[in-house]
Every structure is written in C-alpha cells, then in structure tokens.
Design a protein around this ligand. Structure first.
Ligand SMILES: [Mn+2]
Length: 495
C-alpha cells in the first residue's frame, strides 16, 4: 500500500517540504491564540493571500510570489486565495478562485477544490464566491484579520476583506502580533528548509568565486548565481536584489538597484562584495562573500578582511539564548575599533572611541537581522522592545534577546564611505582618533562584509552557511578553481 504524503517538491535534488510544516504552524498559532484572554470562543482566523499583478497598465504578468504571512500559514502557491482557521478546533479552510472557461484554453487545467484539499492537506476547500455562506455557517463569534505595521518597511499588511464581511464581527488587532511572534521562532521543519536555502546559495556563491575573472561584468556574476540557484536548487526567486559590488562599489550598502545595476567591469585589484541569497518555496537565505577579483588579497585587503572575520567569529562564539542582540552589535563594533587601531587607521583609547560612536562610521548598518520567509523577517520590534536611537544601533532590525529557534544573519562589515569619513574628520570629537595619513590609503578601497546565517541553539548556535571564509581558504579555493575545469565552462570561457 502506498501512502501519499502531500509535499512541495520540484524534483531532482531539490528539497521535499511536507505540507505538515504548515499544519504545525497553524497549530502553534491556534495554541497561542487560545492562550490570549482577548480571544473569545469560536473565533476564526481569516487571511487573504497575495494577488496576481501585471506590469503597470499592460497585460504582462509578474511572476507571482505568495504573501509571506499567508505562505507561513497555508503554503499555498496560487494567487487570489483566502484561508481560514477555526481557532478552537484548528480546522483549516482554503478558498480558491472559480476560474473562467478561458483559463482552460490559455492557462491549463482547472482543478477541482478536492485537488487543492489534497495538495495542501487542509480540512476544507471552497470557492471564493462561497466565502460568506461558508463562514456564516460556522457561526463565528469574531473573524480575526491581519493588520499591523512591518517594522522594517513601515508598511501595513493588507487586511482580509470580501463582499459580505460587514455581517461579521471583525477584530484586526489581535492576530498580527501573535502570528509575527510565531514566525520569529522556527520549527525543525522550517529550519530544514533554511538549511537547504543556505546550502544551495552557498554553493552558488562558490560557483561565482570559481568563475570570476578580471574583465567580466558584475552582472555576469549575478546571472551565474541566479542560474545556479534555479537550475540546481529550484529557486525561481532570490530573496532580495543581488548586490554585486566590485572596487569602490563594495562600500555601497544597497548597490545593485536600478540606478546602479551591477554594471561595472571587474578590475584587477578590486575587492568584490557579493551579497546574494536564493529563495526556495518562499524561504530565504542571505549570504555575503567578500574576496579579491584576482584571487589574491593585498596586505591592506587582508588586514581589513581579517578584522571583519574576527568580529564575525567573536559574535558567533558569544551567541546563545539570553544574549541581547544590541550587545552583539556592540561587540562587533569594539573588535573593529581594536583592529583598525592595530592597522593604524585609528589611534587612542578604544573605550573613548565607543563613547563617540566611532564604530558607526565604519559599520553604519546593524550587525544582522531575523531571517525566515522574509529576508528581513518579521517580529524584530514587538511591544516592549524599543529601537535604540544611537548611531549604528538604530539601524538594527531587531533589539531582541535571543531565543532558541531564532534564525538571524551575522553580517559585520567595515566600509570606507567618503561621506561618513568626511563627516568624522569634520567632527573634532571623532577626528582626534583618526590617523588621516593612513586613512587616505583606504579611500576608494570599498568595503568588506562577511554575512552568514545562523540558528540559535540550546547552548549556542548552528552555522547554516558554508563558504570559504578565511583568507587562506578563499585564496586556495580560487587558485584551485583557476587550474580546474569550471562547472559553467561555456560562461567562464567567453573571457
Ligand atoms: Mn542581510
């Protein structure tokens, strides 16, 4: 007898993700809601999935990617759906659109609701146009809808709405903080997916390191990364726009956008900072590798790189449940200041440098952020956790105390950003620590970031990312690649 276990799978070596992952997410959500004294008996969670969109006024479709909260709850890949959960029983319902006859001509087979019920292992599936009557038949005391601010973007999540909702009692306050809190702690099944996204993205970064040659364009590296992620990993999307900065572009924190689209030629002596992550079944990864384009670090490149690696490893050693994330940021800052002093760029007492926030001149961003279905995952600032309004620290996307099951990026960096350096040189309280003669050598140097994804474990952490990290590992890996056949011969041999 064969036993059918619903799952998401793209064949070959891609990961099979059981629908049970979402059943457990729903169960955890219901458990939390039942423990909330403001939730009355017979409440129903109602969520609206993402909608299909077109390019501006045209009929050109944009590849659909599910809304993250809806994905976390139901794992449904199709657009234009709704989902509901009976909080008392945990029973789940998905509502799918009734597709027109023309769909069968242009888009393919129209599936019966039973197909979706089996595919997503939910209790009931109905057509969307029956939503009012189906929900009314359950006689809910209240519909819990999702409305709340995303603390990274400032945007508000779109609350479920349908014709006929006015006949129900609706509460849009309770659900958002509860579901965000659930998303902060990853289950074992979710961790397994994040291990996979990290594995594939790590391998893709290594392909890029193997293939790079002076004279290539930054976008060729972006393209190679995406190709590897999709062809080997089934990752149709990346978690964010690829940042492929070489030379001074490595100090542009969000390089790669439409105004600076990874279009520089990689030159001899350039340091490359490539921040790229593939996404599988809406689960993210976020990895940065920094390495010399020609495969060999200069003494200055090595010094800055090893300073950042030192702070990264110091943070990883300190991570465990109970540690406050801002303290990890402060730790990285301190290591940077100590190392920059050894290199000779800074002079004086490190404690005094900390007092004037000198670290934020070299690392203006936060040390890292929560990672999950969103690359900057939700739940960073729940009620009671406040943003620290100081240079550097204010950029942190979370100021929480770490708990087992949280997944975060650890991404310290040292950058030489003209605007910030000039600002520091014009501020006597900061310029007194700067050895400007040495600093001049690092103008146009760019920057170094080392970004890994980690999971907080019971007694420490688990490192999910696996790429060459030390100077020796990187140089050996790149040297070996130069002498061997490339996996992407046709791409690499054009140059
Ligand atoms: Mn990141």
């Amino acid at each position: 007898m064969t036993f059918f276990r619903p799952s998401f799978w793209l064949g070959n070596e891609t990961l099979k993700v059981p629908a049970a992952l979402f059943a457990l997410n729903r169960k955890r959500l219901c458990d939390r809601l039942r423990g909330n004294k403001d939730v009355q008996k017979n409440a129903i969670v109602l969520m609206q999935g993402g909608e299909e969109a077109q390019r501006y006024c045209t009929d050109t479709g944009i590849v659909f990617r599910q809304e993250s909260y809806f994905h976390w709850t139901f794992g449904v890949t199709e657009p234009d759906c709704y989902g509901a959960i009976d909080v008392d029983t945990g029973k789940s319902i998905v509502f799918v659109p009734k597709l027109p006859e023309s769909y069968a001509v242009w888009m393919g087979k129209i599936h019966h609701p039973e197909y979706f019920r089996e595919k997503y292992a939910v209790d009931e599936v109905h057509y969307k146009d029956e939503i009012t009557s189906v929900l009314a038949s359950k006689k809910p005391s209240v519909l819990l809808t999702l409305r709340g601010v995303n603390t990274d973007s400032g945007n508000i999540s779109r609350e479920a709405s349908f014709e006929g909702i006015s006949q129900f009692n609706v509460n849009n306050k309770i659900l958002h903080p509860e579901i965000a809190e659930c998303r902060v702690i990853k289950t074992d099944m979710e961790l397994e997916v994040l291990r996979y996204t990290n594995k594939i993205s790590s391998e893709a970064h290594k392909e890029v390191m193997k293939a790079i040659k002076v004279g290539m364009k930054e976008y060729e590296m972006e393209s190679l990364f995406q190709h590897y992620c999709y062809t080997r990993g089934g990752m149709r999307h990346t978690s964010y726009t690829c940042i492929c900065g070489s030379g001074n572009n490595s100090s542009v924190l969000h390089y790669g956008h439409a105004g600076a689209p990874n279009d520089k030629t990689v030159e001899d002596g350039d340091l490359c900072l490539f921040d790229m992550g593939g996404e599988y079944y809406c689960y993210a990864s976020d990895i940065t590798c920094t390495f010399p384009a020609n495969g060999k670090f200069t003494p200055d490149q090595r010094a800055i790189y090893e300073a950042v690696l030192k702070s990264s490893r110091a943070v990883m050693k300190a991570i465990k449940p109970g540690v406050a994330w801002p303290d990890m940021h402060r730790l990285a800052d301190r290591v940077h200041l100590e190392e920059l002093t050894k290199i000779g760029i800074l002079k004086g007492n490190v404690d005094d440098m900390v007092k004037v926030h000198l670290g934020a001149i070299f690392m203006p961003h936060g040390l890292g952020h929560l990672l999950g279905i969103d690359v900057h995952d939700v739940g960073g600032y729940p009620e009671g956790v406040d943003r620290i309004n100081l240079p550097g620290l204010k950029s942190l996307r979370t100021a929480r105390v770490l708990k087992e099951g949280m997944v975060l990026t650890v991404e310290p960096g040292i950058y030489f950003i003209d605007r910030l350096l000039d600002q520091a040189l014009n501020d006597p309280s900061q310029s007194c620590f700067i050895n400007n003669e040495v600093l001049q050598r690092f103008r146009r140097f760019g920057g170094v970031r080392i970004e890994d994804d980690i999971a907080v474990a019971a007694n420490g952490m688990e490192l999910l990312t696996c790429v060459p990290r030390t100077v020796e590992e990187i140089e050996a890996f790149m040297a070996e690649a130069q002498g061997s056949t490339k996996s992407f011969d046709s791409l690499a041999s054009q140059k």
